[in-house]
Design a binder for this molecule. Sequence first.
Ligand code: HEC
Length: 294
Amino acid sequence: MSMNLLKKLIVSAALMTSAVPALVLANEGGFPLDRAPERSTDLVALQNGAKLFVNYCLNCHSASAMRYNRLRDIGLTDEQIKGNLLFTAEKIGELMKTNLSAKDAKTWFGVVPPDLSVIARAKASDRGSGADWLYTYLRSYYRDSSRTTGWNNKEFVNVGMPHALWELQGANRGAVISEVKELKEDKANSEKVTGYTETVSTYDGNGEVTVHTEKLEGEHHHVGKEVELGAATGGKLDAVAYDNAVGDLVAYLQWMGEPGQNSRKRIGVWVVLFMALLATLAWRLNASYWKEVK
Ligand code: HEC
């Protein structure tokens, strides 16, 4: 390999590893994630999660790696699936596809809602598991009338998706966003920090914002942004019940990303044993062939 090519490879590898996290972080709030409750083997939770998923997510998102009849694996009967969950299909062997066309989605939201089959795996990062991210995200909506959807999100800033679960959580949650910035007012030295300002944006329950900026006294301040979400009221569920419902939904999303996770481990053992047997046979066969040749 020529030196040049090697250099190129090293440079592009370095670029890839540094560019990817930057892209991922682009519209994330970057705040610590809440931990999702562990419910991956809790069938009651998974069933409730499946119900929430079909009722509140499938109108826009598909889960096209999933067939409805796979829900048997979380303890549902064909009758239950047909009777309660089959909204976007006719037969239980069909895939979980949304009825929303990509074209309409583009017009309404500016983006096509991504397929959610493996979303829990896709959202894992060094900040936490994908389930943690989803659990935090679905509990971080607040009203913001400057957005076309009327909603914004602490974890996914300026998200194109409206608050799908507002009926459950309530439609009037505000937020207070405080941002401390450096002031650089020295004409002779534009790099010099001359002071700090704090801007507080208060979103009321209708998403109307009042902005207040003031200079901060004192030499040193921590630069950055804080978002404090208001209390949600007026939904079908109270705060504890809402978190609980989101916990179930996230457990379901996680299960959907790897529906075979429990049987996979069992099968794995047999695969290894089988491979070992095959290797032994191949080795014996090889030995006996070469005996003939000599
Ligand atoms: C009204 C349509 C709509 C509904 C209903 C909806 N979503 Fe979305 N969702 C979107 C759109 C549009 C985006 C893309 C947002 C963006 O990129 O700004 C999105 C993005 C997401 C993302 C982020 C994906 C990523 O790659 O970052 C997740 C996770 C998500 N939705 C989960 C859900 C769940 C769970 C539900 C059900 C509770 C749901 N959505 C209901 C429209 C919807």
